[in-house]
Design a protein around this ligand. Structure first.
Ligand code: ASP
Length: 303
């Protein structure tokens, strides 16, 4: 069965403060990404193409913390991280701290397909982008009025300092299984508001925020990245399924509500197993998410 799930970040806007109009905007963004990715699967495309398509659509949407509308560093710039993984041969590509690449997920994919490396960062990643004929955009392309406001309020309230990390708020991702049974995962983010320049989260770290292995599962995470890195979160879920025989639900639950909670980190993730079963779970108040499969399931949810 082919299936896809998408997320637009955990630690969603508190329910009490989410105005109906804003909720509609988020839902429409999630729906477009979900259906865009699903359409790829429906016409026999690969899970890799499906997750790349879904994530690109979310990067272009200003409400989500990735691409246009990304969270800003303490200096007011956008620094973007992204990763993609192909479950077939466990090939992966990632970029971190890029400032001028309109769709970081496409560059991550290019790193996987056209370079000898897995992760390229900063200026080197952008040099590679130029060689690969990507069009670079000014950093101001990513900055929205809402993100600037968020940064200013974090800075006024002292949250997001080195010692008091900001709450997670965004990130986008997708996981999919195609009709051939191949799995893929993709994640893209602006990271955390008011982060130090140069800070890299879990999203582009293979095994932390993004992971896919055929026959086992594919995972895309969101939340407080430092904790997801320390727990090697996405890999933990797949390893628990593969080596301990846990169901995907149980593996995800253990990670979020046991391991990460003990460490003091929160967030959520979407995962899909080799049957195309989807799990979407979180320890925050909400997580923007959607799932669709060939058996007729189609849902969008926030809380
Ligand atoms: N996990 C992302 C990071 O730490 C942030 C998020 O998901 O909101 O960079």
């Amino acid at each position: 069965m082919y299936a896809i799930a998408v997320h637009g970040g955990a630690g969603a806007v508190p329910r009490a403060t989410l105005a109906p109009e804003r909720e509609r905007t988020y839902r429409a963004g999630l729906e477009a990404a979900l259906d865009g990715g699903y359409a790829v699967l429906e016409r026999g495309g690969t899970s890799l193409d499906a997750v790349a398509t879904a994530v690109r659509l979310l990067e272009d949407h200003p409400s989500f913390n990735a691409g246009h509308g990304a969270a800003l560093t303490r200096d007011g710039a956008a620094e973007l991280d992204a990763a993609i993984m192909d479950g077939r041969q466990m090939r992966a590509g990632a970029v971190a701290s890029v400032r001028h690449v309109k769709n970081p997920i496409e560059l991550a994919r290019r790193v996987m397909e056209k370079s000898r490396h897995v992760l390229l960062v900063g200026a080197g990643a952008e040099e590679f982008a130029l060689e690969e004929h990507f069009t670079l955009v000014p950093n101001s392309y990513f900055r929205t009025a809402e993100r600037l406001e968020q940064l200013e309020s974090e800075q006024r309230g002292e949250r997001g300092s080195d010692l008091v990390p900001p709450a997670p708020q965004g990130t986008v991702g997708a996981v999919a299984r195609d009709a051939r049974g191949d799995l893929a995962a993709a994640t893209s983010t602006g990271g955390m508001t008011n982060k130090r320049p140069g800070r890299v989260g879990d999203s582009p770290i293979i095994g932390a925020g993004t992971y896919a292995k055929n026959g086992v599962c594919a995972v895309s995470a969101t939340g407080h990245g430092e904790y997801f890195i320390r727990a090697v979160a996405a890999h933990h879920v797949c390893a628990a399924v593969e080596y301990r025989g846990l169901t995907l639900e149980a593996a995800v639950h253990e990670l979020l509500h046991d391991i990460l909670r003990t460490l003091g980190g929160d967030g959520g993730l979407i995962a899909i197993d080799h049957h195309g079963r989807i799990v979407m779970d979180f320890s925050t108040e909400g997580m923007f998410r959607g799932a669709r499969d060939a058996a007729g399931r189609r849902e969008i949810a926030i809380y």
